[in-house]
Design a protein around this ligand. Structure first.
Ligand SMILES: *Cc1c(COP(=O)(O)O)cnc(C)c1O
Length: 392
């Protein structure tokens, strides 16, 4: 009997994407085996993170990297690193650290994940307007506004990467670099394209956060923080368990410059510890992901979506359309009258097992089938349930 069944739990069918609230993307057997193997042994976590740093540095073209417990945790650690740098007393003071403790954040880049930056004790300073978002105008954030906002209290600049914002990164990074302000880039869900693994750092990001549980296919509670070695070292020092005697401790190379000053206390990131299972699992998943190819993946997903669309063809008042050009292909299933879409969402959630589809366009009568976390063996079941929910 399966563990879930023994506990009386039910899985769900996820056609909504790599959503964290649905458990992220199911892991490949090789990644699960790697985590299980790591779970059976004891290992020096600082040395393991040093190993991870070298692997991530090579794969991402970064000076250093570390495994975190998600992109959100990576943002908190990035903020803590930007505020405390290599100052052990400032690390110990967080989250109540004197300036520089401000992070500049364009209003167009603010999201619910901005809370992760504030959690380190950063004061978020909103920049610019959201004219395009509100339809009030055509202007974005001007360079002079950023330059004018940088003060001695500024610790970092926060940048949310999307297909729309990425082109503005090089200019912002150059401006901030000239003023000694690190740029923290939230690229949690910006994979694929795989090029983004290296592109945003090459564009000048000082620190970048990726989610491990989304497209990379790593453990759900894993992520990556990578970039400048001094900042990653600060982040790592604030995440690792520091209950060590200085005399008997030989710090890994990444931490050596900082530890020459003394041993930090448990940092603000101590509660975000990455386990050996997450670290090993993330590295194996990332190797698999990096070895793959965007076009091959997209073609395979398109073929599956076309088969699901074929099952819906001919249904009254239902239209299924393949949407390409996004990060991954999705199937947009529209129903008439549009109000039936919301009913269908409820009907699918009442299915056994519950089925989740993308709800972003429900108001216009469209369900989105995002195949990233959908097990191929569930495709036929999903198509039949969709047909029933949309016509029932
Ligand atoms: C998913 C996401 C995060 C958080 O990632 P986790 O790995 O779940 O912590 C942060 N920022 C953005 C933009 C995201 O989409």
């Amino acid at each position: 009997m399966s563990v879930l069944a023994r506990l009386g739990l039910s899985r769900c069918i996820n056609a909504a994407g790599t959503l964290t609230r649905l458990g992220g993307k199911p892991m490949a057997a090789e990644v699960i085996a790697a985590m299980a193997e790591a779970a059976r042994v004891s290992i020096d976590i600082a040395a393991l993170q040093q190993f991870a740093s070298e692997r991530l540095a090579r794969l991402l073209g970064a000076e250093a990297g570390m495994v975190t417990t998600g992109a959100s945790a990576a943002l908190t650690l990035a903020a803590a690193a930007s505020i405390a740098r290599d100052d052990l007393a400032r690390m110990a003071a967080l989250p109540f650290c004197p300036p520089p403790n401000e992070i500049l954040l364009p209003r167009t880049h603010r999201s619910m994940y901005s809370h992760a930056l504030a959690a380190a004790g950063a004061r978020l300073v909103d920049l610019g307007h959201n004219d395009r978002g509100t339809g009030a105008g055509v202007r974005g954030l001007d360079a002079w506004e950023i330059a004018a906002a940088i003060t001695p209290a500024t610790a970092a600049f926060a940048f949310a990467a999307t297909a729309e914002t990425i082109p503005s990164l090089p200019a912002i990074a150059a401006l901030c670099r000239a003023r000694g302000i690190p740029v923290i880039v939230d690229a949690a869900a910006q994979l694929p394209p795989r090029d983004n693994l290296r592109l945003l750092l090459a564009m000048g990001a000082d620190l970048i956060a990726f989610s491990g549980g989304k497209a990379i296919g790593g453990p759900q509670a894993s992520g990556i923080l990578a970039g400048r070695a001094d900042l990653v070292a600060s982040a790592l020092a604030q995440q690792l368990d520091m209950d060590i005697r200085a005399e008997g401790f030989s710090p890994p190379p990444l931490l050596r410059p900082m530890f020459a000053k003394g041993i930090p206390q448990h940092g603000i990131g101590r509660g975000f510890k990455a386990g050996k299972e997450e670290i090993v699992g993330l590295l194996v998943a990332l190797d698999r992901f990096a070895a793959g190819d965007d076009a091959t993946d997209a073609a395979a997903l398109q073929a599956r979506l076309r088969a699901i669309a074929a099952r819906l063809a001919g249904l009254n008042s239902v239209r299924a359309e393949l949407v390409e050009g996004g990060r991954v292909p999705v199937l947009a299933v529209s129903v008439d009258p549009p109000a039936r879409a919301a009913e269908a969402v409820l009907g699918l959630k009442a299915h056994d097992p519950p089925i989740h589809v993308g709800e972003r366009r429900v108001a216009e009568g469209t369900l989105l089938v995002d195949p990233q976390s959908l097990l191929a063996e569930d495709d036929a079941l999903l198509a039949a349930a969709l047909a029933a929910a949309l016509t029932g």
